[in-house]
Design a protein around this ligand. Structure first.
Ligand SMILES: Nc1ncnc2c1ncn2[C@@H]1O[C@H](COP(=O)(O)OP(=O)(O)O)[C@@H](O)[C@H]1O
Ligand SMILES: O=P(O)(O)OC[C@H]1O[C@](O)(COP(=O)(O)O)[C@@H](O)[C@@H]1O
Length: 305
């Protein structure tokens, strides 16, 4: 079974403004709320693609109930741990640019943490876990990586640089930083896809099986031990990029699990990311299927392989 782990889910409150005026009264022209948090987005897109998963993590209060209801309506299985504090609300503002304010979220008690580790210990090498997002106070990802290694559970990580750095020793199946997170990891910055290739390959050498790095409208790079793939993102009218990175993770895994080769899975991944960017909320399967025909993947062998 595929499990997604969202330790700090969110209700994403998305506001569209014509112009954001800092320090003034702003009125929105469109607003909506969505269940969010990286793993939850992955579960929702996997579900769109016809792949079942179980969403794990912490929920609390009315906002937590809202997330549970939404996922239940989409027939996504969940096994959340309930906490006393409310699940956070993250504000996403689309104006000339996108601006985000993510709350810090509930503090996790020792008891709730022990509950999580107990659940994680029931997973086996026949499962896969997608670990995503910024962990709340009270959680140390290293404990979860250790369980993955001990139980040989393949894991995917989409989190900030400091967590990626620690995860490498535990041989992740898949890493998905964006270009800023990759830059933070190596104390540099990138302006083109090909500049990221040597750094993706370094992460592969350091223990990751697949490293996919996204660069917004420029597309993404995927590196393995044998090959490096690049794909430009299709062009279109962007409505909101919230969840675009999560959609890429789900888009890749859905095709990979269905037995497609890495190149097709990568094309599906970029298409799902862009389809979400061109939608309010997460993409529909038909939108991603339609865009995949426009994603051109180039590949090269890794030297010395
Ligand atoms: N402006 C855009 N136009 C087209 N596709 C986009 C755009 N922004 C994001 N995407 C798609 O979504 C993917 C992930 O976007 P990115 O913003 O890099 O991820 P993250 O949300 O992790 O920061 C990109 O690789 C691309 O396929
Ligand atoms: O856990 P973090 O890092 O605060 O991120 C949470 C936010 O990221 C999202 O999962 C979106 O992530 P992406 O845009 O990177 O796909 C939102 O749903 C959520 O508000």
């Amino acid at each position: 079974m595929i499990y997604t782990l969202t330790l700090n889910p969110s209700v994403d409150y998305h506001l569209q403004l014509e112009k954001l005026r800092i320090g003034e009264l702003n009125r929105s022209v469109y607003e909506e709320k969505q269940p969010g948090g990286k793993g939850i987005n992955v579960s929702r897109v996997l579900n769109e693609m016809g792949v079942n998963s179980i969403a794990l993590g912490y929920v609390g209060g009315l906002t937590g109930e809202y997330i549970k209801d939404c996922l239940a309506r989409e027939q996504i299985e969940t096994s959340f741990i309930h906490v006393n504090e409310d699940t956070r609300i993250n504000i996403k503002i689309s104006a000339e640019e996108e601006t985000e304010v993510n709350q810090s979220g509930p503090i996790i008690s020792d008891t709730n943490y022990a509950d999580l580790l107990r659940i994680m210990n029931t997973l086996t090498n026949e499962d896969m876990v997608i670990i995503s997002g910024n962990p709340p106070t009270g959680i140390d990802y290293i404990d979860i990586f250790q369980i993955c290694m001990k139980n040989a559970i393949p894991f995917v990580l989409d989190a900030e640089a400091e967590h990626i750095n620690i995860a490498l020793a535990y041989r992740p199946f898949f890493l998905k930083p964006n270009h800023k997170e990759l830059g933070a990891l190596f104390n540099t910055s990138f302006s083109a896809l090909n500049e990221m290739i040597p750094y993706c390959l370094k992460l592969v050498k350091m223990g990751a099986q697949h490293v996919m790095v996204s660069m917004g409208d420029k597309g993404a790079v995927l590196a393995t031990k044998e090959k490096v793939y690049q794909a430009e993102a299709p062009t279109g009218k962007v409505l909101s990029t919230i969840g675009a990175g999560d959609s890429m993770v789900a888009g890749f895994l859905a095709k990979y699990i269905m037995g497609e080769d890495i190149e097709r899975a990568f094309a599906g991944s970029v298409a799902a990311g862009s389809a979400t960017a061109f939608t309010n909320g997460i993409c529909r399967r038909e939108q991603a299927d339609c865009l995949v025909e426009r994603v051109i993947v180039t590949k090269e062998e890794v030297e010395g392989c």
